[in-house]
Design a protein around this ligand. Structure first.
Ligand SMILES: C[S@@+](CC[C@H](N)C(=O)[O-])C[C@H]1O[C@@H](n2cnc3c(N)ncnc32)[C@H](O)[C@@H]1O
Length: 411
């Protein structure tokens, strides 16, 4: 282990600035990279080369792994002064270019390690990593000139990892359905008892563990205007009190059934996949008196509605498949044009949900992005009672125990 790495094992307590900070700065200003990994140090000692496949146990990993367990009552837990030293060490490492998104020799992210040491997600040390992630992602966007390579997952992608229902940005060999919309729309789908999957690859397009989330989302969409208890359509002034809702992505129709329970005046459903549209025909969705089905991709149908200029929504929900965060950014442009001033926009939030830290980074990114449109995003945080069972689908797309349900409204 190099001296830099040893320093970050926090060998001496209590942690003080004078004990740690000048020493760390000395190493880094002497040219040791803040990303210098244990693997590189080991290879150097043996006179070997580090291969690309090697893991990346960075100085930040060593620091996070070495934190005392968080326990407010324990005598050896971090005091406030020590916490501030740790934050300064992190700041220094980030200033010198430490990456926030590497996986160490156990496939762990620095965020995972802090949580493993029992620090709560609200803790300043964990939040420092979130902030680093947000800054890095926003910077990457600028550097890429708008080509967003957004949180494809940390540097090494494990089996079974995938970002959520903007359902992934990671392409895997021989399977582009989750990554490429055109491929997905040509792919045959199959409805099973509790899921909608791609027939050949068994990619989960929609699964019924999301039912409680869909119920909550349906309530949000009608929250400012109407609900089953206060049926707006029976009011005298139709225009004033009508409640018009749009759902983008039918899937298993779970949210649409909940929306129907709310007795909305008009319920638009936008769906692009031919197999799903067939299912909707077979199950009577085209015949429901208050349902308008917009066939085709939202990118086409919703722009037509915008051009029409006479349909506005109290609630808009977005939950598609094989789209990327860039698509959501495009959608914000449409949402601001179609949402009524007091309306609610929400979406299935699987953004970065293959890992708690990435999920927390996305949580903030969305807040910042919608703020650019004069909108505010608030989250209901829900402890998931039913965790997904991935045995029948190829890859999981949600690995967190808490769900952040977004409600976005004009501020
Ligand atoms: C995850 S499912 C939606 C599940 C739904 N929320 C439910 O409660 O069952 C995603 C759906 O979005 C549809 N979809 C994907 N891309 C789309 C697009 N660009 N426009 C419209 N629908 C799309 C898919 O065909 C699929 O039916």
């Amino acid at each position: 282990m190099s001296d830099l790495h040893h320093l970050l094992t926090l060998p001496e307590r209590p942690l003080t600035e004078s004990l740690y900070l000048p020493e760390l700065s000395r190493f880094l200003s002497a040219g040791i990279p803040a990303t210098y990994t244990l693997e590189q140090a080991a290879a150097y000692e043996k006179g070997e080369e580090v291969t690309e496949e090697d893991s990346n146990t960075t100085p930040l990993h060593i620091l996070c792994r070495s934190l005392p367990l968080f326990d407010a009552k324990a005598t050896d837990s971090l005091g406030k002064d020590e916490e501030s030293v740790v934050l300064k060490l992190m700041d220094t490492l980030f200033e010198y270019g430490a990456g926030w998104n590497f996986l160490d020799y156990e496939g762990k992210h620095i965020g995972d390690l802090v949580l493993e040491r029992k620090y709560p997600q609200e803790h300043a040390i964990y939040q420092r990593i979130v902030d680093a992630g947000v800054s890095a992602e926003l910077l990457l966007r600028k550097i890429d000139g708008g080509e967003i390579e957004f949180l494809d997952g940390p540097e090494e992608v494990q089996d079974n990892d995938e970002s959520g229902n903007v359902k992934d940005t990671e392409e895997t060999s021989g399977d582009a359905t989750a990554a490429d919309q055109a491929t997905y729309l040509r792919t045959e789908l199959e409805y099973t008892e509790d899921a909608l999957v791609t027939k050949e690859n068994r990619d989960g397009v929609m699964m019924d563990w999301e039912t409680d989330i869909m119920a909550m989302a349906a309530k949000s969409l009608v929250s400012t205007r109407c609900s089953a208890t206060g049926n707006a359509s029976e009011d005298e002034d139709e225009d004033e009190d009508e409640c018009v809702v749009l759902n983008i992505g039918f899937g298993m129709g779970i949210i649409d059934s909940f929306i129907q329970d709310e007795k909305v005046t008009k319920h638009y459903i936008c769906e692009a996949h031919p197999d799903v549209l067939t299912r909707m025909r077979e199950t009577g969705w085209f015949d429901k008196p208050n349902v308008v089905v917009l066939e085709g991709r939202w990118q086409d149908s919703l722009n037509e509605l915008l051009d029409q200029g006479n349909v506005f929504f109290d609630g808009i929900y977005y939950d598609t498949f094989s789209e990327h965060y860039q698509d959501m950014l495009d959608l914000y442009d449409v949402v601001v044009g179609l949402l009524k001033p007091e309306g609610t926009f929400s979406f299935f939030n699987g953004l970065g949900a293959d890992r708690a830290i990435c999920y927390d980074v996305y949580r903030k990114i969305v807040e910042l992005d919608v703020a650019n449109y004069g909108m505010q995003c608030t989250y209901q945080v829900v402890d998931l009672q039913t965790l997904p069972n991935w045995s029948d689908v190829k890859r999981s797309y949600f690995n967190c125990t808490r769900y952040y349900h977004p409600e976005i409204r004009f501020a």
